[in-house]
Ligand binder design. Structure first.
Ligand code: AHM
Ligand code: MG
Length: 335
């Protein structure tokens, strides 16, 4: 760290680079920062107090809700509502989008879509998890409750996106369309400090991240790509290295720093893959493009997909540019 700068200072400093700067987006990012600290504190206690394990319910996608999923969802929602910059949120843990009813919220310009605790099945075993967020300017008139159209915007309309990784250290990484910047949490000070300014993913990498247990169910193009990764071609740095944590945020973060690709293809049982377009794929796509990489569903740019449903799933390939293009080439040759 060449210079000590906090996330709060950085956001204010960059605010003027932002075309519609009025401080509202800065304040919104401030509420995400606050909720991240609260969730981080709770995650650090996992194992000590009774917060791990299932809560006994299922979310809209039929997945078991973990106690910390519910906790993180509540904290992020409360923080976003309190600062009055957001008129509504959509979340992996909520069936429908939630409108904030206070008048100040109704007058707010932004909506937030989030996965409050991604990879939460990893908590019980002390493996990294994350929060993913995506921010749009609403398209419905200010002063009214947000509508479905506010939440179903294509990813290229995002004004900001980011994630928090609760890992061996906790980091917040975000973009407002002017590069990707990472901040590491110093728990003794209670602040996120700038540690990774202008993050860039290597053009080519040698890490591939995929749940190979599903191999038999993958499309032919993905099976061929996996074999391509494993071939012995030393002049092309192959075989590549396989790394899969099973936490999108953690797999993405490593590949962003080192170069690599994360793949969640369609499978015979899940024709649209597993990951959700609006609050998992689009924010990661915005980040990766800002870092010089690419994100695709195998045939088209993720951020150009016109969403039709809040919890829509898409096949997802994200990472170093040459690797994503290689996967697209395999899929078009062997669909
Ligand atoms: P979640 O949002 O319910 O945690 O699901 C998303 C997670 C990703 O973090 C991870 O990459 C993927 O699911 C792992 O899925 P699988 O166990 O099928 O490999
Ligand atoms: Mg998730």
């Amino acid at each position: 760290m060449s210079e000590m700068k906090t996330l709060g200072e950085f956001i204010v400093e960059k605010q003027n680079d932002f075309p519609h700067a009025s401080g509202e987006l800065s304040s919104l990012l401030g509420s995400i920062k606050l909720a991240a600290k609260i969730v981080n504190r709770e995650i650090n206690k996992a194992g000590l107090v009774d917060i791990t394990g299932a809560v006994g319910g299922e979310n809209i996608q039929g997945e078991e809700q973990q106690k910390l999923d519910v906790y993180a969802n509540d904290k992020f929602k409360a923080a976003l509502e309190a600062r009055d910059q957001v008129c509504g949120v959509a979340s992996e843990e909520e069936d429908e989008a939630v409108a904030f009813n206070k008048e100040l919220n109704r007058n707010a310009k932004y909506v937030v879509l989030m996965d409050p605790l991604d990879g939460s099945s990893n908590i019980d075993v002390n493996v990294s998890v994350g929060t993913i967020f995506s921010i749009y300017r609403r398209v419905s008139p200010v002063g009214t409750p947000p509508t479905q159209e506010d939440f179903l915007q294509p990813g290229h309309q995002q004004v900001a996106a980011g994630y928090i990784i609760y890992g061996s250290s906790t980091m917040l990484v975000y973009t407002t369309g002017n590069g990707v910047h990472g901040f590491t949490y110093d728990p003794s000070l209670g602040v996120f400090c700038l540690s990774h300014e202008r993050m860039a993913i290597p053009e080519a990498g040698k890490i591939y991240s995929i749940n190979e247990g599903n191999y038999i169910r993958f499309p032919m193009g993905i099976k061929k790509y996996i074999k391509y990764c494993q071939e012995n071609v030393p002049e092309d740095d192959r075989p590549y290295t396989s790394r899969y944590i099973g936490s999108l945020v953690a797999d993405f973060h490593r590949n962003l720093l080192k170069g690599g690709i994360y793949l969640y293809p369609s499978t015979a049982t899940h024709p649209n893959g597993k990951l959700r377009l609006l609050y998992e794929c689009n924010p990661m796509a915005f980040l990766i493009e800002q870092a010089g990489g690419e994100a695709s569903d195998g045939a088209q740019r993720i951020m150009e997909i016109i969403p039709t449903e809040l919890h829509q799933r898409v096949p997802f390939f994200v990472g170093s540019r040459t690797m994503v293009r290689q996967v697209e080439a395999f899929l078009s040759e062997f669909p």
